[in-house]
Design a protein around this ligand. Structure first.
Ligand SMILES: Cc1cc2nc3c(=O)[nH]c(=O)nc-3n(C[C@H](O)[C@H](O)[C@H](O)COP(=O)(O)OP(=O)(O)OC[C@H]3O[C@@H](n4cnc5c(N)ncnc54)[C@H](O)[C@@H]3O)c2cc1C
Ligand code: SF4
Ligand code: SF4
Length: 404
């Protein structure tokens, strides 16, 4: 574990470091720099900037007393009273890890949901979760990452879970690293497999070097051991015998929320409707994916408009994201989102292995491509060799929802 420190004998109180720190972690008190470790991200900018060499980072190698840490926590996302299905995939995996480690699985929900305890109890009992922490605040109308980081970090420091698992969604990827810094532990992002070793440590397995090798990472000297996992890599499994007496603990957070300008922008965006009609990619039942074959931003927007009319969620290949026709959150594939929709329709997608990895578990794949040798046809259930715009025009003429 690393630890930042100011040498009081060397610091002259010049406050250079205060201006350098982008995280407002330093203040000068009584002519000595003081660092707020809850805010410090260990970026080291102040170390380079201090002419007195008064700031240093120490590495502590003494092992944490792991015996104080117990249980596996799964952070479950909870939008508009709806639990994300992908959370149950992670809970199912956590149940398997718990069978080996002998730990108890706790689901941690954040939201202002008024959901009845009974409804939540039934849902979680089917998935074998006997303990649920429901963290509420009347201001949690949406997930605001800054607030979730504060609340979850506090809970972790208080209750000391041994393992904490996050979904590798945009929200999970945003909060997990910040929480790891707060609670001073490690984090392996985007794992594709998790195991428990013979010392009850979490083995965090993920592809690296562009997917060429699988790295197994462990953090045996710090707790909690934390990982984020891509949605849709584990299978959701209900337990054969539901758990009885699911304990739901509601934790009311009081006080003001840290409503940053960024968070406010996010709420306005959602409240005004932009993006709110769409199901998130990893939960979507029908996906229309635009490849480079759409030819331009205008071509992408044509497919996007048609997707909206049909109630489908729009997605893209990396090539399209690289062109700047849409943003990264829409990218499917090895370095994007993994999906399992009922129906996936590819518009001008070649079917490169890096893309196909993310769609191979789709129930039905329809591919439209003007090249009969395109690789996407090897995994498609329905192959349409044609110009995608001609097909789009014909589909438009025949109506929308009814044709799907
Ligand atoms: C380490 C690494 C990670 C990667 N991760 C990802 C990832 O996560 N996701 C991803 O998607 N890619 C990823 N890639 C990139 C991937 O290898 C491909 O380059 C990319 O998927 C190709 O995108 P595309 O199918 O849109 O474009 P192209 O390969 O250029 O295919 C366009 C297709 O459109 C067809 N077409 C053209 N015009 C028309 C038309 N008018 N009508 C119908 N069809 C038409 C063409 O025949 C062609 O088959 C990664 C690559 C690397 C090296
Ligand atoms: S820059 Fe160095 S000397 Fe100046 S206040 Fe910060 S720690 Fe002290
Ligand atoms: S290490 Fe970075 S975040 Fe921490 S006090 Fe220094 S400048 Fe600020």
């Amino acid at each position: 574990m690393s630890y930042i420190e100011v040498d009081k004998n060397m610091c002259n109180g010049c406050a250079e470091c205060v201006a350098i720190c982008n995280y407002e972690a330093i203040s000068v008190i009584n002519e000595i720099a003081v660092i707020d470790r809850n805010k410090c991200t260990l970026c080291r900018a102040c170390i380079k900037g201090c002419t007195q060499s008064a700031i240093s980072i120490l590495k502590l190698h003494n092992k944490a007393d792991l015996s104080n840490y117990k249980g596996i926590w799964v952070i479950v996302e909870y939008f508009d009273d709806q639990l994300k299905n992908t959370g149950f995939q992670l809970i199912s995996k956590a149940n398997k890890l718990a069978e080996i480690s002998g730990d108890k699985v706790t689901a941690v929900l954040i939201g202002n949901s008024k959901a009845e305890n009974k409804k939540l109890q039934k849902t979680f009992s089917d998935y074998g979760v006997s303990s649920v922490r429901h963290i509420t605040h009347e201001g949690f109308t949406r997930f605001i990452p800054e607030d979730a980081v504060d609340v979850i970090s506090d809970q972790i420091m208080e209750d000391k879970p041994k393992i904490v698992l996050f979904l590798g969604t945009i929200f999970g990827r945003t909060i997990a690293p910040q929480i790891a810094v707060r609670v001073k532990t490690g984090l392996t992002a985007d794992c594709t497999e998790l195991e428990i070793d013979n010392k009850n440590n979490l083995l965090q397995i993920r592809p690296t070097f562009g997917g060429k090798i699988l790295a197994t990472i462990e953090t045996p000297h710090s707790c909690p051991q934390m990982a984020s996992v891509r949605p849709n890599v584990f299978v959701e499994e209900k337990m054969p015998i539901p758990v009885e007496n699911v304990k739901i603990e509601r934790i009311e957070v009081r006080g003001k929320l840290s409503f940053s300008a960024k968070a406010l922008k996010e709420v306005i965006r959602i409240e005004l409707g932009e993006g709110s009609l769409e199901t998130p990619l990893d939960e979507a039942k029908v996906i229309f994916c635009a490849g480079l074959g759409v030819g331009s931003k205008e071509g992408f927007e044509k497919v996007e408009k048609f997707a909206q009319k049909c109630g489908a969620t729009i997605a893209a290949t990396r090539a399209v994201v690289d062109e700047g026709w849409t943003d990264f959150s829409k990218q499917i594939g090895q370095t994007g989102v993994t999906v399992i929709p009922e129906l996936y329709v590819a518009f001008g997608v070649s079917g490169a292995i890096h893309h196909n990895i993310g769609i191979r578990n789709s129930r039905k794949i329809v591919a439209i491509n003007n090249d009969p040798r395109a690789s996407i046809f090897k995994i498609a259930d329905y192959c349409i060799v044609a110009d995608l715009f001609e097909v789009l025009d014909k589909m438009e003429l025949q109506g929308t929802r009814q044709t799907i």
